[in-house]
Design a protein around this ligand. Structure first.
Ligand code: AGP
Length: 606
């Protein structure tokens, strides 16, 4: 997902544009660029690769402008090269864009027919030409901008400079987030609060369809109809500490270690620790609910699968969990009596947002389990269930995953009490179990030394298999996803019972098999799966707990012993070992842990 920054400043902006782009690196990118309005012209500097390359270009050709824009590009249309890097330029217009313009081909054909020529393959350049063409008819910049927006189909967050207008940055959002930052005699525009965080904590979140004209002292905001509107200014705690790595090598390492605190803060928002009762925000009546439909992608989807096990087991409430990109196009048979719950760390994932909107259109009540509480999803649902783990910077989700699972765990207990499948005493017992989870997570993280040794072997593997039963079958998916996305080693997560229906053919003495087996009702079955695998030469990494280790079959290549835990929270406790395994394998392989190749932190395009 691309990163955007714009500044209407009182002093040269080049350094601050670059500083902001560095805070947006976590979003994933393959080129970067900046531009500024100076006197009668526009200066533009772009580079392929990391921001360091852009800094070298700027050192050779400094940018002196006091009004400028910047961009980190995650390629959608056109290869990652300088020609396709933003900002793009046409006539008097220079701009940066996040999103996809779906009708850009027909617009480009129309502009070409009118004699315009293009220097890039991007949809973004078409927008610059459209605005320039509208300016040529004599329209004022804001009107030329609005006329252009009305012609675009698709998603955009835009920051625009107009030649000769040194005190103006135009911005607009539809389907991709954009915020305004209020400074002292300066104004800022950014993809999110982190982008403007170095300059201000006073943030205005633009609504869907809004567009804005910034000068030194004001932000004139208009809604999609063109009516002038005001949006609230929020003071955002983007504390620098939350955004720094501290003494960790990577944000991912820090975020794995932040999990006890992140889960503790999250759980505290969903239970009353004094009475040991659940206290779920929002007005969902679990007693009357007929079904929950979870829609999500990636790790957030896996968190939803864990939630399904817990909610159905405890509350006897049907839960369906679906990959959002499939759900949104298959015309699912929905009924209004269900609650749709989107799971999303960013609250901006395009597929999840579309699936959520599909359910809302069918009359379903909607909720989102989300980290970014000002995100598009958070502002469109009936009920927001925040996770309180702080900004997650590493592309591979870790602390957000366990925080999401914490929320669904609290909801499972609350729904069970509301539906009478547990009594008050059992609710209190389970709430106490949940409150103890952060301590057990911290103990599990102390397994890091043992995990690092295992990582040395796994780093040599071509393929890795993760197996588990019950909620551990979901965690097997998560372990495989973590390993794939940061170490680039092929891995598969499977329900252990499925092994004999095909995957066992993969087993040989070269394939590490990670078996997740806390001492729960599935343990004996998982232990027999372990024997099946070892009988065929499989190299088993058996991750169990202090109770299971006494009953584990002989012969595993290595046994990892996590703290024993109640089944309600075993997924939370067993997450750290698989996250740490993926992390240390990736470090050994020299991978770019926080910004893995081809990935973005939030996928706001389809
Ligand atoms: C997880 O490690 C990945 N980065 C990815 O699968 C992510 O979970 C997915 O893109 C969903 O993102 P969201 O939670 O922001 O919606």
């Amino acid at each position: 997902m691309c990163g955007i920054i714009g500044i209407v400043g009182k002093a040269p902006v080049a350094e601050r544009l670059v500083e902001s782009l560095k805070r947006l690196e976590y979003r994933g990118y393959d080129s970067a660029g900046v531009a500024g309005v100076v006197g009668g012209g526009v200066q533009r500097r772009r580079a392929k690769g990391k921001i360091k390359a852009l800094e070298e270009v700027l050192a050779a050709e400094p940018l002196t402008a006091t009004t400028g824009i910047g961009h980190t590009r995650w390629a959608t249309h056109g290869a990652p090269n300088v020609a396709n890097a933003h900002p793009h330029h046409a006539g008097r217009v220079t701009l940066v864009h996040n999103g996809i313009i779906e009708n850009f081909a027909e617009l480009k054909a129309e502009l070409a027919a009118a004699g315009r020529t293009f220097e890039s393959d991007t949809d973004t350049e078409v927008i610059a030409h459209l605005i320039d063409a509208e300016l040529a008819t004599g329209l004022a910049p804001i009107d030329a901008f609005k006329a252009t927006l009305d012609r675009l189909t698709g998603a955009y967050a835009l920051a625009v400079l107009i030649e000769g207008a040194e005190n103006l940055v135009l911005g607009a959002r539809r389907g991709s987030p954009l915020v305004v930052g209020e400074g002292q005699g300066e104004m800022f525009l950014g993809s999110d609060a982190l982008a403007v965080g170095p300059f201000t904590n006073r943030v205005i979140y633009l609504d869907e369809g809004d567009y804005v004209a910034l000068d030194h002292d004001s932000a004139r905001i208009f809604d999609a109809s063109g009516a002038a509107v005001t949006r609230p200014v929020r003071v955002v705690p983007t504390s620098a500490v939350m955004m720094e790595k501290g003494n960790y090598r990577h944000f991912m390492e820090k975020e794995i270690h932040d999990q006890p605190e992140g889960c503790q803060r999250t759980i505290a928002a969903y239970v009353d620790a004094l009475t040991s009762k659940t206290a779920i925000p929002g007005d969902v009546d679990f007693a009357k609910l007929e079904r929950i439909q979870i829609v999500a992608c990636g790790t957030s989807y896996i968190a939803g699968v864990v939630g399904k096990y817990l909610i159905e087991q405890l509350a006897d409430l049907p839960v369906d969990v679906e990959i959002a990109s499939e759900f949104r196009y298959r015309q699912p048979a929905l009924r209004p009596g269900a609650l749709v719950v989107a799971m999303s760390q960013s609250g901006e994932t395009a597929d999840t947002l579309a699936a959520l909107r599909y359910c809302k259109a069918k009359g379903m009540k909607s909720a989102v389990v989300v980290n970014a509480t000002e995100s598009t999803m958070a502002r469109e649902v009936d009920v927001v269930w925040p996770i309180h783990c702080g900004p997650e910077i590493g592309v591979a989700s870790t602390k957000a995953f366990t925080a999401q699972v914490s929320v669904l765990t609290a909801i499972a207990v609350a729904a069970a009490k509301a539906r009478g499948t547990i009594d008050a005493a059992e609710e209190q017992r389970l709430v106490k179990v949940l409150l103890e989870a952060p301590r057990l997570i911290a103990e599990a993280i102390h397994l890091e030394g043992a995990i690092k040794e295992i990582a040395a072997d796994v780093a040599k593997a071509r393929d890795v298999l993760y197996l588990g039963r019950g909620p551990m079958s979901a965690l097997a998916l998560e372990g495989a996803l973590k390993l794939k996305e940061i170490s680039y080693i092929h891995a598969e997560g499977y329900a252990a019972g499925e092994l004999k229906h095909g995957p066992i053919a993969l087993v040989d003495d070269q394939t590490p098999i990670v078996i997740l087996a806390p001492y729960d009702s599935w343990f004996e079955k998982s232990a027999s799966n372990m024997s099946e695998v070892m009988a065929r030469g499989g190299q088993v990494i058996f991750i169990t707990d202090t109770l299971g280790v006494k009953h584990a079959p002989e012969g595993a290549k290595v046994v990892v012993t996590a703290p024993a835990s109640d089944p309600l929270v075993s997924t939370l406790v067993m997450s750290a070992p698989i996250q740490l395994l993926a992390y240390h394998v990736a470090v050994l392989k020299g991978a770019d842990v926080d910004q893995p190749r081809n990935l973005a932190k939030s996928v706001t395009v389809e």
